[in-house]
Design a protein around this ligand. Sequence first.
Ligand SMILES: C[C@H](O)[C@H](O)[C@@H](O)C(=O)CO
Ligand SMILES: [Mn+2]
Length: 416
Amino acid sequence: MSEYEVAKNIYAEYGVDTDAILEQLAKIPISIHCWQGDDVGGFERPDAELGGGGIQTTGNYPGKAKTIEQLRADLEKVLSLVPGTHRVNLHASYGEFGPTFVDRDQIEEVHYQGWVDWGKKVGVAFDFNGTFFSHPMADEGYTLASKDEKIRRFWIEHAKRCRKIAAWIGEQMGSPCILDTWVPDGAKNYTVDKFGYRSILKESLDEIFETEYPSECMRDALETKLFGIGSEAFVVGSHEFFMNYAARNNKMLCIDMGHFHTEEDISDKLSSILLFDDEVLLHVSRPMHWDSDHVVLFNDKVKMVAEELVRSGKLESTHIGLDFFDASINRIGAWVTGVRSMRKALLFALLQPIDQLIEYEESGNGYATMALLELQNVLPFGAVWNEFCTRYHAPLESKLIGIISDYEESVMRERS
Ligand SMILES: C[C@H](O)[C@H](O)[C@@H](O)C(=O)CO
Ligand SMILES: [Mn+2]
């Protein structure tokens, strides 16, 4: 009997059908963020780098993608190493702009045609993000909430264009493109006119959302945040701001696991959000002390998020995106670890005997609930994960280090 057959029989003792779960797991889309491959640089100018916006990449590991071709090659490598269904999450700054600089208020569908063609070739649909940072117009710390009308108009135009482009991408791909809007607006020091800035942000959003797009083409998400580097005292688009805005305007929230106090339990937020909202976008990340965007691991926090999605029955209403960027290690390895960790967390959650757990809980048998959850940790999860990798043509965990160092030697080393 194979390792998997043994594991399958063990899980069956708890009423869990591993074959059905593997099939279900393979269909859950995980949106892979393009920005792990080049440290959030983008391709608007040669050697573009992340600047400002309260986010930061640290590290200088060799092999970073310097062109769109290199980034696509790296993404294809990643896709070959991660089992299941995936999407790719683009930032507006990753378009193909040609030899002449195209500013953010001038971007058009044509700049993303290459991505659409590539997505059709490799079989991934897209999500999209406006890029409201790494730009002189964002240097004063405010974009859509700016009191400078010229700055505000510039970013409103960018946001409107991003929505139009997202709708076009979704239509081209036959899959709704989730457009996340995150603005870095805020201040390092205590701010007197918080009400004023938040009123301006609201006004900008109202104008941006005046145009309706079909939900089969695009859907809007709004990303909340507690603080960033340089916006420690005040973030205009706080959790309360966007939660209220989204609820009243029928928009989706984007919950980034790095955008809260590090001790907050992100998984606990989901049932409250999904009880009232039709959908939610997740940015799965791993904050260490702050919104540090470390590579996602198969750890307790990620497992708890996956468990909540499964237990609430809201997997299909949730768009799972990743958001981390680590330039201190092999970037492909970072990507692959993060994507696989999220998928492992989903598998771990799906393998739990939920009905039995609820029965124990409802009958007041707290010990049994706890013991059955503890038992999950010693069941042969690894054998089921290995089977999933084999069935969906991805290497086993034990092969990854070798594969990634080969790619580093043969492809990434060549990049000056
Ligand atoms: C690059 C992303 O847009 C960015 O990480 C955003 O989603 C965020 O989380 C900012 O802190
Ligand atoms: Mn995020």
